[in-house]
Design a binder for this molecule. Structure first.
Ligand code: RIB
Ligand code: CA
Length: 310
């Protein structure tokens, strides 16, 4: 059983990742969902997390809103990929349970400090602003966090928001650099691996055939992303970025990881947010960052289907 804090910016693919996490209570004790400004504004990412939580029937899990914007740079959203609401074309409603008191950064600190060292894992599928703030406020959490599983960055694949940067890192490069430089153990799922895990028509149809609220909502979300993938990229299946993080927590054998040294560009206007992923290490065993290089996409979708059917 993993004690998990899930920090996210829902976000269409964050939403599918939330459904996967909410459907896995035997594997994940979700201590809290924390939300951050990213794909859409902070009030919308928080509201969206509460909508997904209600559809998933997991109103036992608290949601805490967090940072309203990045640490230093000007905010940049990704509404063109997630729709004005942040949840594509999903029919929305006012959630019955609202947000819980406490800023996400403080909640991360309080939960990590209240549990034994190494007990709490963090999943982060949005800009890393909340985690960076938590580390700045209480550096003692760095040695107590078991690991941080992050969706972010790109090496071989190049960028998806600029030529050289992936959105989550580009949206708050200073926060990302602070997190990686802190030495907290990180497992990073960049575009190199998430672009291998695509919701092609057959996989999307398999989820559409599952008669549960989570599967039907996920189908709506994936079809929104796939339509954009067709229109913008000319592709047949959108990558499911954020679910890869939760899939790894549930089934690590589905991914191949490689030790690296990871640094983030925070000064160059041209390459801001670039992740420099260096595999040539003097001592790979001393690396605090593992970079995901390969995924078993069929295995990820089999896991997703099994959990969405619950
Ligand atoms: O680059 C993909 C990432 O940016 C995903 O987390 C998606 O939700 C967006 O936030
Ligand atoms: Ca996200």
């Amino acid at each position: 059983m993993t004690k998990l804090i899930f920090d996210c910016d829902p976000g269409v693919d964050d939403a599918v990742a939330l459904f996967l996490a909410f459907a896995s209570p035997q594997d994940l004790e979700i201590l809290a969902i924390t939300t951050v400004a990213g794909n859409v504004a902070a009030d919308l990412t928080a509201r969206n997390a509460a909508v997904i939580r209600q559809i998933a029937g997991r109103e036992d899990v608290p949601i805490h809103a967090g940072a309203q914007g990045p640490l230093v740079r000007a905010p940049i959203e990704a509404g063109h990929f997630h729709g004005e609401s942040g949840l594509g074309a999903l029919p929305l409603f006012e959630p019955a349970r609202g947000l819980d008191e406490g800023h996400a950064a403080q909640v991360i600190i309080d939960l990590v400090m209240a549990h034994p060292p190494g007990a709490v894992t963090i999943a982060a599928t949005g800009p890393l602003t909340n985690l960076a703030l938590a580390i700045r406020i209480q550096p003692a959490i760095v040695s107590r966090i078991a690991k941080v599983a992050i969706m972010g960055g790109a090496r071989r694949e190049g960028g998806n928001i600029t030529a050289s940067a992936e959105y989550n890192i580009y949206a708050d490069p200073h926060a990302a650099e602070l997190v990686f430089a802190s030495g907290v153990p990180c497992v990073v799922f960049g575009l190199d691996v998430t672009h291998q895990v695509r919701a092609d028509p057959a996989r999307t149809a398999a989820i559409a055939a599952i008669n549960t609220p989570a599967a039907q909502a996920s189908t709506n979300l994936l079809e929104f992303s796939n339509a954009l993938e067709r229109d913008i990229v000319g592709g047949t299946g959108a990558p499911i970025h954020d679910p890869c993080v939760i899939a790894w927590l549930l089934a690590p054998h589905l991914f191949t990881l490689r030790p690296c040294d990871l640094n983030v560009e925070t000064a160059s206007p041209l390459t801001l947010g670039h992740t420099a992923v260096e595999f040539r290490l003097a001592d790979p065993s001393a690396a605090t960052v593992l970079w995901a290089t390969e995924a078993d996409a069929d295995g990820v979708f089999a896991l997703l289907n099994e959990r969405l059917a619950r």
